[in-house]
Design a protein around this ligand. Structure first.
Ligand code: MEV
Length: 430
């Protein structure tokens, strides 16, 4: 995206839906009609939905929105977000704008390696079984590769094997499978089911579950950002003070699991909407994020903030790390035009690329929440969005929305009666 296009994106919130669509389509270089078609019926016809899951009686709509000002590894991106909560998209975009002032997000990922678990129980000697399984590592991995012939041409396949003794007579074998651009659940479950009997016969125990692990900690994404303190200055506070307040908010989450849960919820406010928009399994991402947060035996924040020690270039530094099992092929994407379009909107090139976009929006959402909470509180921002939706509910259009919202926000009478009154006055009606 060009700098000029980024500039136009600043005015997105003041546009009509059709104008936004036209701008996004122009930016992507596609026909506006194509974007319209992709989003018709929410991107999913009921007849298709009926083939996707059981007992369908309809489809269920949520807003599809775009977060802007996102820059990742030097490249401007637009993030599609499906979410019902007001403020989330505006807050993420505003935080992305602050981060862009420090050069944007720096992101990297592991290779897309999933864990396939094979449980063994009633193993007479788990230490001996571990040795025996490890001795046959290459054969087991070859058998695993043979179970996923369609993945091999894309560069995926079995990458490793780990054996863990779980106490008593129970153990688990992890098959590490590179799933490339697939989320990989079906692939790794198939592999575990195919290879499981061989592993249990080597171990001499009984074969238990064969299923992926959602703690996909071989498939992590890491994002960092650096916000110059001047960019954090608000009407009431200078940037250095805001940076300190955000650091203290981060330290609070690091010290207290009760706060860490809410801190991480604010991060998932950014991640889940991207995951949902792109047709991915958000329960899997949530499970992975929270299991990662608790990996040291205590629930912790998955993103933290510190002031940089550099006196000359004072900045607030943020970082996030979490497992991110996402796909850009297979699954829902085959059925859902809207999800396929969401991938195009963000110009996603690979599952790893999508993970970087989702985690960057998560870090942005966290920054927005901490900055608001540590300074003015979040209710002020919520109220101004609420005022806009009240203004629209009484028929305000175009510019009127902002003007009515500003007036009812100023007087504190954020209700339809007051909004109608202001709108009538604005229009010079009796
Ligand atoms: C609300 O959806 C999310 C927040 O509670 C996150 C946080 O407290 O950091 C504002």
């Amino acid at each position: 995206m060009t700098g000029a296009a980024q500039g136009k994106m600043s005015g997105l919130h003041k546009m009509q839906v059709s104008e936004r669509r036209a701008l996004v389509a122009a930016e992507l270089g596609i026909e506006a009609a194509e974007l319209d078609r992709a989003l018709e019926a929410g991107g999913l016809e009921v007849q298709t939905a009926d083939k996707q899951i059981e007992n369908v009686i309809g489809t269920y709509a949520l807003p599809l929105s775009v977060a802007v000002h996102l820059v990742i590894n030097g490249e401007p991106r637009i993030a599609p977000m499906v979410v019902e909560e007001p403020s989330v998209v505006a807050a993420a975009s505003a935080a992305c704008k602050l981060v862009a002032k420090g050069g944007g997000f720096q992101a990297e990922t592991d290779e897309p390696v999933m864990i396939s678990q094979v449980q063994l129980y009633d193993v007479p000697d788990t230490a001996a079984a571990k040795k025996a399984i490890e001795a046959q590592r290459e054969d087991i991995l070859r058998q695993a590769d043979a179970a996923m012939p369609t993945l091999l041409p894309f560069g995926g396949g079995a990458r490793g094997l780990e054996v863990r003794e779980l106490g008593g007579a129970m153990m688990v074998v992890h098959l590490l499978i590179d799933c490339r651009d697939a989320m990989g659940a079906n692939i790794v479950n198939t592999v575990a089911e195919k290879v499981g009997p061989r592993i249990s016969s080597i171990a001499g125990g009984k074969l238990g579950l064969r299923i992926l692990s959602n703690l996909a900690d071989h498939r992590r994404v890491r994002v960092r950002c650096r916000v110059p303190v001047e960019a954090l200055t608000t009407r009431e506070r200078d940037g250095a003070e805001v940076a300190e307040l955000v650091e203290q908010a981060s330290r609070f989450a690091e010290a207290d699991p009760y706060r860490a849960a809410t801190h991480n919820k604010g991060i998932m406010n950014g991640i889940d909407p991207v995951v949902i928009a792109t047709g991915n399994d958000w329960r899997a991402v949530e499970a992975g994020a929270h299991a990662w947060a608790a990996r040291r035996g205590r629930y912790e924040p998955i993103a933290i903030w510190r002031r940089s020690g550099d006196q000359h270039e004072a900045a607030l530094l943020g970082s996030i790390e979490l497992p991110m099992a996402l796909g850009i092929v297979g699954g829902t994407l085959g059925n859902h035009r809207g999800a396929r379009m969401a991938l195009r909107i963000a110009r996603i090139r690979s599952s790893m690329d999508l993970a970087m976009v989702a985690a960057s929006v998560g870090l942005a959402s966290n920054l927005a929440a901490l900055k608001a909470l540590a300074t003015e509180g979040i209710q002020r921002g919520h109220m101004s969005l609420h005022a806009r939706s009240v203004a629209m509910s009484v028929g305000a259009m175009g510019d009127e929305v902002e003007r009515v919202a500003a007036e009812i926000g100023r007087t504190g009478a954020v209700n339809p009666e007051a909004a109608s009154e202001v709108l009538r006055r604005l229009r010079g009606e009796p």
